[in-house]
Design a protein around this ligand. Structure first.
Ligand code: NAP
Length: 244
């Protein structure tokens, strides 16, 4: 039976990991919580680039790599394709569909931090939901702005920024209450797709707020691409891999 290496760190990856078998391996970078209730093996930390991952695939007798990492984790996705190619095993990927703007939405798409900072210039109370990147720019906050940064990392507040360590999913009611309390005038987001963190876009729409959206990075082609956990699990079962 094929032994699976699942690259994760997302809620969808965790759903797949819960359906794997003891001989399969779920791999995490080690930034977040490490689950201790999975039926498969769990490994934590980088492989040491694509060469390290290729070595792991060969040494561990992996027969299929599944990339279910976040759409903005472009390095590990590129490594997965190179490593599986070098080790001559197939690479599948779960690629969540991106969110699409709805009628009346005011999305301002940006490609990198400088463009993002420029797009925020007219605003005073941005909500950042981009992960930890804003923490590296806390000393660049323009005089007219106060930042609210929601990310996984804990970090002390500053006189010019409130940092909230929080992990999704976030409910519509919770987001409504947060927006009302904090008086955000713009939302800054990655286009993560999925439902776990989508409520902020619903509330931005309700309140007529613009969204500064960081574009998705390009991702490499894989042998098979899936847009749902269910579709990927069906294909896994069809292959009679060890998780079947
Ligand atoms: P990245 O830039 O694509 O990867 C950086 C390095 O971290 C990789 O080269 C690899 O180190 C290691 N790594 C990443 N994911 C790994 C995994 N699943 N197993 C083993 N090593 C891994 O990734 P990132 O954007 O920092 O994200 C790190 C992790 O957080 C990812 O697993 C991703 O699914 C999750 N995540 C990311 C975001 C986001 O917005 N980027 C959001 C939610 C969750 P080596 O080169 O040493 O192997």
């Amino acid at each position: 039976m094929t032994r699976v290496l699942l690259l994760g760190g997302t809620g969808d990856a965790l759903k797949i990991a819960r359906r794997l078998a003891p001989r399969d391996v779920y791999s995490l970078a080690g930034l977040g919580k490490v689950p201790d209730d999975l039926p498969c093996a769990v490994r934590v930390g980088g492989f040491g680039g694509s060469e390290g991952m290729a070595r792991f695939i060969k040494d561990e007798g992996i027969g299929l790599v599944i990339d279910a990492t976040h759409p903005y984790a472009a390095q590990i996705s590129a490594n997965a394709v190179h490593a599986s190619g070098a080790a001559r095993v197939p690479c599948w990927a779960l690629r969540r569909a991106a969110w699409q703007p709805q009628a009346g939405d005011d999305w301002r798409r940006v490609g990198h931090w400088r463009e993002l900072a420029d797009a925020l210039a007219p605003f005073r109370r941005p909500l950042f939901t981009l992960g930890r990147e804003p923490l590296a720019h806390l000393d660049e906050i323009p005089a007219h702005q106060f930042w609210f940064v929601r990310c996984l990392e804990s970090h002390a507040d500053t006189p010019r920024a409130r940092i909230l360590a929080a992990r999704g999913p976030f409910t519509l009611e919770g987001e409504r209450a947060l927006f009302a309390l904090q008086g955000f005038d713009v939302v800054v987001s990655k286009n993560s797709g999925g439902s776990a963190t989508e409520a902020k876009l619903d509330v931005a729409r309700e309140r007529g707020l613009p969204v500064v959206m960081l574009r998705r990075p390009p991702l490499p082609e894989v042998d098979r691409e899936f847009d749902s956990v269910a579709g990927l699990l069906d294909a896994l079962n069809g292959r009679n891999v060890s998780s079947a």
